[in-house]
Design a protein around this ligand. Structure first.
Ligand code: DGT
Ligand code: CA
Ligand code: CA
Length: 364
């Protein structure tokens, strides 16, 4: 089991519309609808998002523009096309502020980010203060309102944020998870859409409490291993999914020249092991986990050949590094008649190691 975690989900309110209001404050107070125009006719396309003034009239994301216009007739609405480069710029400013509060930040789309702050706070009271500080700074420095949910994992943080929108802050401590989620309808679980909710309802499951009391074996029968297990865990407020920080830039590599050109695996592998040990030591020293392993072979005719392998999860396990590198070299030698002159190993796709983080070696 992982260590106790404190996770934040920060979600900008009615993002595209709020960004439009930011650069044109005269629109504030009016219904603002940001649209994706398909270009076929003047009104064909859908609503990307609407501010809360427009939502009062029943305007929603995904709705046809013509219907939104009908609902807002006489309400002095503003309709605008999406401007992604601008939203990206606004988003980057906000994410930049958030990064000061956690080096473990996972961005989801332009308007949301999970922050693992376990190493930054002592308890949930401190996490609440930190969330207030983020809200204050984003408003002051970027001019935007957002909602933050705080919980012991990603799904609880997300559900807390959804419940607190707009301009909200909700903290769900581990001891309050059950009372918070039990009465909610199942479609409040992240990833549970209309279809899944309807299937659950046909099974007599409406609330998360109903789901928690349902036989997990039958859930797996009905929804398959993956979704079934997810639903059961979620109904109990459990979620082990880590906040996946953005991969760090860079790579580490080392290449050596063999004593003589060879195609003999037995001659090459001990060298590969040595290189792996060296790179591994550097990775551990610098506190990074790698997810991609590659080899580079320079053949006797000075051709440069590479092979890479992506792992299912980041790791800093030496055994994995050696095994995968050797496997790549073996496959390479089987695919060619050339002799190898120089051999190298590299690792990349880095993430920073966190205290208590589960890694690939923990799964094998
Ligand atoms: P909220 O509820 O205050 O967080 O509102 P939003 O608008 O931030 O809602 P969210 O987080 O679901 O979506 C983020 C952005 O993604 C939103 O500003 C526009 C875009 N988006 C959401 N749903 C749709 C959709 O159905 N179609 C299109 N084209 N864009 C969408
Ligand atoms: Ca949002
Ligand atoms: Ca969102």
């Amino acid at each position: 089991m992982g260590a106790r975690r404190v996770v934040l989900l920060a979600d900008l309110d009615y993002f595209y519309s709020q960004a439009e209001e930011l650069r044109n404050p005269s629109m504030r107070g009016k219904p603002v609808v940001v649209c994706v125009y398909s270009g076929r006719t003047e009104e064909s396309g859908v609503v990307a998002t609407a501010n809360y003034e427009a939502r009062k009239y029943g305007v929603r994301s995904g709705m046809p523009i013509a219907l939104a216009k009908k609902r807002l007739s006489g309400a002095d609405p503003v309709f605008l096309p999406v401007d992604f480069p601008y939203y990206k710029e606004v988003s980057e400013r906000v994410i930049g502020i958030m990064k000061e509060y956690s080096d473990q930040l996972e961005q989801v789309g332009l308007d949301e980010a999970y922050l693992d702050v376990s190493n930054r706070v002592e308890d949930f009271a401190e996490a609440e203060q930190l969330a207030k500080e983020i809200k204050r700074r984003v408003l002051q420095e970027a001019g935007l309102k957002l909602t933050i949910g705080v919980g012991p994992n990603k799904i609880i943080a997300k559900m807390a944020s959804d419940a607190a929108k707009p301009d909200g802050l909700m903290v769900i401590r581990p001891e309050n998870v059950e009372e918070f989620i039990s009465p909610l309808p199942v479609d409040k679980i992240p990833g549970v859409g209309k279809k899944t909710a309807e299937r659950l309802e046909r099974m007599g499951i409406k609330t998360i409490k109903d789901l928690a009391q349902f036989d997990p074996v039958r859930l797996v029968d009905e929804f398959g291993e993956s979704l079934g297990a997810y639903l059961h865990a979620a109904s109990r407020g459990e979620d082990e999914d880590p906040v996946r920080g953005r991969a760090e830039a860079g790579s580490m590599s080392r290449i050596i020249t063999l004593k003589e050109n060879t195609k003999d695996l037995k001659a090459v592998l001990p060298k590969v092991d040595e290189i792996c040990e060296e790179i591994h030591e550097r990775a551990v020293r610098e506190g990074v986990l790698f997810r991609t392993i590659g080899i580079i072979a320079i053949t006797s005719d000075l051709g440069i050949k590479t092979r890479t392998k992506s792992l299912p999860a980041p790791t800093d396990d030496l055994g994995t590094l050696k095994r995968e590198s050797s496997e790549l070299v073996k496959k390479f030698l089987q695919s060619t008649d050339k002799e190898i002159r120089r051999i190298g190993v590299h690792i990349s796709d880095f993430t920073r190691r966190e205290k208590g983080q589960r890694t690939l070696s923990g799964y094998i």
